[in-house]
Write a new protein. Structure first.
Length: 291
């Protein structure tokens, strides 16, 4: 018959072993949950980029993207973020803030003057776009987005300028309170604008909307620089095409001029109108257009 001491020792051994085994499985379960969440967020990143990428075939369109409940999604220049996970991307995605839940996405083809790439504009229902005295911009922003048209002098402007989730679009200079919290975009002639007081140029309407939707001045400049890299790549393709086509004697002078303009275009995107007109002149003269 087992004595009392032996029975007590076995009971303690079983208790300790059982506790260690339980701790092992609990630790394994928590670790497994952490890995599963990490893998899940990575998969969401890949799916999100894939969804947006497939959308780039449209010249202009808008839709809703479903995001799993409780997840924070952030678009920054050159990257997608889901919680702590990050993925680099070549997509040009302009977004004003961190997003949760359903997000609205709008895409436009950036033609300057030829097709370069697609721009993507993303926001949630938390962001309100206040467009002041510019009916064209107001109409162009899709109805899915929360937008309000205001006339200058509307009393709502001063109060909404204190909302950090508001985006204001003004034409030219405007007197702003020193403590305003909204993002403010001021549009000027000659392709110039300001984002919260910081000046920059922009190249075409697609990048103007990029400025309106971007997180801040720095994010817009970063994304525009990436867009200009794409522009340079396409310019060199069309310059090469113009050089090949100039073997046609009757059109050689016109192709030479277009090739020269395209070469200048790399360093001066302001040559937009000259290139557009020269390509049109080729077509009018019975020569094959370059684009």
């Amino acid at each position: 018959m087992m004595n009392k001491k032996g029975f007590t020792f076995n009971w303690i051994f079983v208790l300790i072993a059982g506790t260690l085994l339980l701790l092992f499985f609990v630790g394994f379960a928590y670790k497994h949950i952490g890995i599963s969440t990490q893998l899940g967020n990575k998969q969401i990143l890949f799916n999100l980029e894939s969804d947006i990428q497939s959308y780039s075939k449209a010249l202009q369109s808008d839709k809703i993207l479903k995001i799993p409940q409780g997840l924070n999604v952030d678009f920054r220049c050159g990257g997608l973020h889901v919680e702590e996970e990050f993925k680099e991307t070549d997509l040009l995605i302009f977004s004003p803030n961190q997003l949760q839940g359903d997000i609205y996405i709008w895409t436009q083809s950036w033609d300057y003057p030829f097709k370069i790439t697609n721009m993507f504009y993303v926001a949630s229902k938390e962001t309100t776009f206040f467009v002041v005295d510019n009916a064209e911009i107001f109409q162009e922003i899709p109805q899915r987005f929360k937008k309000v048209f205001l006339n200058q002098g509307n009393n709502l402007i001063s109060s909404k300028l204190m909302d950090p989730k508001a985006v204001f679009v003004f034409g030219g200079d405007v007197v702003l309170p020193s403590n305003y919290k909204a993002k403010v975009v001021q549009i000027y002639p000659n392709l110039e604008l300001k984002i919260n007081g910081q000046s920059t140029q922009y190249y075409g309407d697609s990048l103007l909307y990029g400025a309106i939707f971007s997180k801040n001045y720095e994010d817009f400049v970063c994304l525009q620089n990436k867009a200009l890299d794409d522009l340079e790549r396409i310019i060199m393709i069309y310059k090469g095409k113009a050089d090949l086509l100039k073997i046609r004697r009757e059109c050689s002078l016109m192709y030479n001029e277009l090739s020269r303009l395209l070469g200048e275009f790399v360093n001066n995107p302001g040559y937009y109108d000259l290139i557009k007109n020269q390509n049109r002149n080729l077509e009018k003269s019975g020569c094959a257009p370059v684009y």
